[in-house]
Design a protein around this ligand. Sequence first.
Ligand code: HEC
Ligand SMILES: [Cu+2]
Length: 363
Amino acid sequence: MIETILYSLLSNVPPTDNGTFWLPRSASTVAENIDFTFELINWICYFFFAVIVVAMVLFCIKYRRKSPNMTCDGPTHNTALELTWTIAPLLLVVVIFTVGMRGYLDLREAPEGCYEVQVTGQKWSWTFNHPEFGATQVGELTVPVGKPVRLLMTSNDVLHSVWIPDFRVKMDVIPGRYTSLWFEATKVGDYQLNCTEYCGKDHSKMLAKVHVIPVDEFDATMIKLASEYEDMSRAELPAYAINRLYNRCVSCHSLDGSSGTGPSFNGLWDRVKVGQVKFTSGEALSSLLGDATEYGEPENYIRESILNPQKHIVQGYLGSMPSFQGQLKEKQITAMIEMFKHLDELTDANGNITVNKDGTPTE
Ligand code: HEC
Ligand SMILES: [Cu+2]
């Protein structure tokens, strides 16, 4: 009841298309409640600001010291006044709590049957996995309009935080733990996702776009995304691999030559091509290449390294690489191999990726 009255009093509450002076446009189901709570508190502040300033000015005039030898009796009790300034704020705070708590519970409790996306934060990018379609997106997230979506999130390195201002949702992303948030987008369009936990040098570039698309286009779009490499020519594969597949390797393999959990991809093809890899068994790759040997072609060694990484462990590393058997299709493995061969055309000297998925240069 009280909420209905308050709603009708606050005529400029969202949903708004362009946002208000204080708030960006709103585009999710929880936004209404959040904006209402914000506006409510805001208007309470305006009201008391006006009352207090007016009273202060009037009292300054009325009770000013009118002559140098004027004295007064000092403060006294006024029970009615004291009860008013105790009980009125108490009631206000109870109202704010009730409205705020309801909105908070809505935010924290995802409805049944959400579409689930797995989110990984990593210095300095966002990876979105759609287990239902076997599709992965980096730096962009496609979701259906009018359907609740739940993000199950974790970090590969430090604290990050997902924030989609237009949806009014925000949640920390923590290494070694899952956190979640949910939203239901109400309007088709593109929305900005930010990292809002300072996470190092390129924190301000840790952005992603949320594409909200009509429900009837969603399945087709995701299926296409999961199999987009099928129709690509060989020349298109390296740019695809570095943008769409490398994110599964990035936590262990660098592009700038520095070794991590695994050897850097930088120079990998040159090493492998001439067999210049030594294994913990003491064997060298050179003795496994060439006619009538285990691998024949160097490409076979890379394929084997991805599908069956335990077979030969590179010296100086532990056998900690997971197998990608069943996770990468043959053509995606071909794409990775093409990526190794063309790595110098895809990255700059510092190991930054310099091409987009469609082969155009970044920035
Ligand atoms: C959890 C860490 C981890 C991930 C993720 C990972 N690797 Fe590895 N990778 C390793 C380690 C450790 C080695 C070295 C030991 C070995 O040979 O198994 C290695 C070795 C390799 C080698 C052989 C390197 C050489 O110098 O001979 C290739 C090729 C390779 N990985 C490709 C990939 C690809 C492609 C991906 C992503 C699709 C990937 N790895 C994901 C840890 C990882
Ligand atoms: Cu971050």
